[in-house]
Design a protein. Sequence first.
Length: 351
Amino acid sequence: MSRRTARPALAGALTLLTALTASTTLAGHPAAAGDTVSAGVRADAGAHGGTAGPCTPGASYPSPLPATTMAATRISGRFNFLEGPVWLAGSGRLLLSDMAGGTGPENVQPSTIRRFTPPDRFDVFLENAGSNGLAVTGDGTQVVAATHDQRSVSAYLLSDRSRSLLAGDYQGRRFNSPNDLTIRTDGTIYVTDPNFQRGNRPDEMGGMTGVFRVSGGEVFLVDGTVAQPNGIVLSPDETTLYVGSNAGNTVFRYNVLPDGSTSGRTVFANLAGPDGATVDCAGNIYWASHTDGRIHVFAPTGEKLGTISSGRNTTNAAFGGPDGRTLFITSGTWGNFGLYQVELNVPGSPY
């Protein structure tokens, strides 16, 4: 899904775009005023949709939860299956993926990116996006998506919705169905690749479900032994990568080296059906449990801080709102998925 203190803009993401192998403009969706910011954003912009974000380097933060057991409020239901929320700080809107049932002989699930404008307005940002997890580049001009329709990592310009391919295979083998992702401020993308949305398409990974790093136009394997990797998030200082094993009921922690490579996998937490995740400015981790319909909140040490209930089948979460303290949660049952929100004490990164 989508985390950090303010840092230099994502120059690396722009470098990736110079190596794009495909680009298609999707018609019928003119740019909405306020969705983008100028490419010439402030030099300290981090991955916060074109602003410096809500995190203050070196700040001291209180306990993140007003109570150890909380309940989020449902904003709206009626959606098929919601995933991948991400906040656009420049426009004060939230984007999220809405997946439908599989179609055609390959049984691939169509996906629409919907846009939420507080307090209660929803509209279509992009049809036929094929997306699951979403993130925003530091300059606020693009949404990067884990796109299962083409088994790829894609980028969409916010200005005209044009799509570009960032990564489509590892060593010539097509991904299964990229699920969620997180972006480092140098443009490095970390993406999970379970087989949930592969449908009837051939398995080119030989049974492997893995975690990958996309950097400088190349794809590197982070870990090929994670059973159905799902949520993925970086710590605010970008020295730790967290990955949820949905089938293994485990959240793993990796050390991130200066060049973006990883080492030293350890178990961070045990959690039933870990799905998407996000992190606040103090480094606390918020992990969705699809199994029990809650967000489980952990301190960076692994200490359990509390839970936030949000109905059944919780899939993901993202920080947003004018002060960064609103946690948006996607949860529900098929055909009646909803968006929830809860106000917390510590601001967070938008995805």
